[in-house]
Design a protein around this ligand. Structure first.
Ligand SMILES: Nc1ncnc2c1ncn2[C@@H]1O[C@H](COP(=O)(O)OP(=O)(O)OP(=O)(O)O)[C@@H](O)[C@H]1O
Ligand SMILES: [Mg+2]
Length: 164
């Protein structure tokens, strides 16, 4: 793998859930169809909360349940809405074999939607290399988190000015 593909772009300290949501909203405003974001981090670090904030910020006002059981939740814009990207929110925690990912129709998402993937390591070699890698870690207090963004040149350029 090309070593430049996932250079650390930035590491930010988020003091609480509200800071996480604010950052997710700012990131959402930069996203376009075709963008793939993976979220790593232990159980309960806030991967789903982060995705939820992105999806709401893109204008989807409905509930955003964790896709733990369905594995995929799809959000589609209204037919006359040419601006809002579709979103595929995917949680691969329960995926047993890498190959099973194709049963989800995931390759369609890569071209036609913004794809957010929790537990990306479960799809192993089928994960496209060009993606933004987000890592969430617990920090000093119960609500504090440390977040790291890593990616290639495309993401470095896009996230240059992103701050909490
Ligand atoms: N700063 C924070 N960011 C995100 N979640 C937070 C924060 N502080 C507290 N929380 C709480 O932590 C929990 C995070 O749960 P969430 O489902 O988002 O985790 P997850 O990483 O998706 O877990 P899983 O691996 O089970 O999918 C929520 O209950 C949320 O309210
Ligand atoms: Mg989750």
């Amino acid at each position: 793998m090309n070593a430049n593909l996932h250079m650390i772009i930035k590491e930010l300290y988020l003091k609480d859930l509200s800071a996480c949501r604010t950052l997710a909203k700012k990131l959402a405003m930069l996203l376009k169809t075709g963008d793939i974001i993976t979220l790593d981090g232990n159980l309960g670090t806030g991967k789903t909360e982060f995705c939820r904030a992105i999806i709401h910020a893109l204008g989807y006002n409905e509930d955003v349940p964790s896709p733990t059981f369905n594995l995929v939740q799809v959000y589609e814009p209204e037919l006359d809405d040419m601006e809002t990207p579709a979103v595929w929110h995917i949680d691969l925690y329960r995926l047993e074999n890498e190959e099973d990912v194709f049963e989800l129709g995931i390759e369609d998402a890569f071209d036609t939607a913004v794809t957010l993937i929790e537990w990306p390591e479960k799809m192993g070699r089928f994960l496209p290399q060009e993606h933004l890698k987000i890592n969430l870690k617990m920090a000093a207090t119960e609500e504090a988190r440390s977040i790291t963004f890593a990616g290639g040149a495309y993401w470095q350029k896009k996230l240059g000015a992103l701050e909490v």
